[in-house]
Ligand binder design. Structure first.
Ligand SMILES: [Zn+2]
Length: 343
C-alpha cells in the first residue's frame, strides 16, 4: 500500500505526542547518527531538525558550529516508509525549524512536525524550492518506482550535486532569516561547500568519459538515480523496487532479466539500505555483476568521520559506479572529502 498523503492522517495524529506515547510504538533499531543533542540544552543556537542523513549533512555544512542539527531518520532505515517515534515528536517540540526534503519523501514526519513545532510555519521543503519548473529539464521526474499515476514524484534530487548546491543555498537563506546575526558565517560556509560540489560535478563529467558509452545505463534496486542520470545524460533502464516498496513479483523479475540481457548491462546495483536477494538473483540469471554498495540515504563510515557526509557518499558512489561499468574515478577521488564549515 502506498502511504496516504500526510494530510489524511493529521486528524489521527493530534495531539501527536500523546497518541504516539499511547500507541507505544517506539521502535528499536539504529539510533540517529547525528552527534547533536536532542535539543534539551539552551545555548542560544538555532535548533534545526532534518530528516534523512544526506540532508542533515548538507545543513551541517552550512550551519557549522553555530547551529544544533538533529536528523530524525536513523541511518540504515528506509526513509520512504519511516514512521516517526515518540522521541521525534519531543525533539520537534524543541526545534526552531524543520528542514525536510519534501516531494512526499517524509509523509508522516511532516504531520508530527505540524503538531509539535513551536512555530508550525517553520517547515521548509528543499525539493519543491529547488526546481524552477520553467525548464522542462528542471522539473520533477516520475518513473519506475514513482509513476505519475501514484501522484508522488521521484524525491531523490539530492543525488545530483548541483541540486545539492541549490539545497545548500536554500538552507543558507532559511538559517539566515531566523538567525541574521550569523548570516555572513552561513554564507561563507555555503560558498566553500558549493565550491566543493562544483568540483565534484566537474570531476563526474570528466570521469564518466572513461565509461564506455554503451555502459552508461543504470539498473538499480532502489529508484534513486533519476536526477543524477538526467544531469549527466545517463539512462536509467529500470528499478527493481515496486512503487509500494515491496519486493518485485516473479513477472517483474523475469522482465528485468530479459531487459538486462537485451541491453547488455554489465552491472546491477543494490544498496546497503535495501539489501535484495532479488537483485542478486536477477544479476546471476542475466550474467551481470551484482554490486550492493550504492548509497543514497546513509553516508559511509561513522559519525564524525569526513566520509560520513554528503560529499563522502557521492565520491564513494561514483567510485563504485564508474569502476563497475568499465571506467575510472580518478578525478572524483581527488575531490576533497573534508569538513568545509568554519569553527
Ligand atoms: Zn530513497
Amino acid at each position: 500500500m502506498r502511504r496516504s498523503p500526510a494530510t489524511h492522517r493529521i486528524s489521527l495524529l493530534l495531539p501527536a505526542l500523546v497518541l504516539l506515547l499511547l500507541a507505544g510504538c517506539s521502535k528499536s533499531g539504529p539510533r540517529p547518527t547525528s552527534t547533536a543533542s536532542d535539543f534539551r540544552e539552551d545555548d542560544g543556537k538555532l535548533k534545526v531538525a532534518t530528516t534523512v542523513a544526506p540532508l542533515t549533512s548538507i545543513v551541517q555544512s552550512v550551519g557549522g558550529s553555530r547551529i544544533r542539527v538533529r536528523g530524525l531518520i536513523p541511518d540504515g532505515v528506509d526513509s520512504h516508509t519511516y514512521e516517526p517515534r515518540p522521541s521525534d515528536a519531543e525533539i520537534l517540540s524543541r526545534a526552531d525549524l524543520l528542514i525536510m526534503n519534501g516531494a512526499h519523501l517524509e509523509g508522516t514526519t511532516e504531520a508530527i512536525a505540524k503538531a509539535n513545532l513551536k512555530d508550525p510555519s517553520k517547515i521548509y521543503r528543499l525539493a519543491e524550492n529547488t526546481l524552477s519548473g520553467d525548464d522542462p529539464q528542471d522539473g520533477f521526474l516520475y518513473d519506475f518506482s514513482f509513476p505519475k499515476e501514484g501522484g508522488a514524484p521521484n524525491p531523490h534530487l539530492w543525488m545530483d550535486p548541483l541540486y545539492a548546491a541549490k539545497y545548500a543555498d536554500l538552507v543558507r537563506q532559511w538559517l539566515s532569516a531566523d538567525d541574521p546575526a550569523n548570516a555572513g558565517y552561513y554564507r561563507a560556509n555555503y560558498e566553500r561547500f558549493a565550491s566543493v560540489l562544483q568540483q565534484l560535478d566537474e570531476a563526474i563529467r570528466k570521469d564518466q568519459e572513461s565509461v564506455p558509452v554503451a555502459n552508461r545505463k543504470l539498473l538499480t534496486y532502489h529508484d534513486s538515480w533519476a536526477y543524477w542520470a538526467r544531469r549527466y545524460g545517463w539512462k536509467v533502464i529500470g528499478a527493481a523496487q515496486p512503487s509500494d516498496f515491496s519486493e518485485p513479483s516473479a513477472k517483474d523479475v523475469g522482465a528485468l532479466i530479459a531487459q538486462i540481457k537485451q541491453e547488455q548491462v554489465p552491472a546491477v546495483f543494490g544498496s546497503e539500505v535495501f539489501p535484495s536477494k532479488t537483485l542478486e538473483t536477477i544479476a546471476k540469471e542475466s550474467g551481470a555483476v551484482f554490486e550492493d554498495q550504492l548509497r543514497d540515504d546513509a553516508p559511509p563510515g561513522k559519525p564524525g568521520e569526513a566520509r560520513h557526509t554528503y560529499v563522502g557518499m557521492l565520491v564513494e558512489d561514483m567510485k563504485v559506479l564508474f569502476t563497475r561499468l568499465g571506467g575510472s574515478a580518478d578525478a572524483v577521488l581527488k575531490v576533497p572529502v573534508v569538513n568545509t564549515a568554519a569553527d
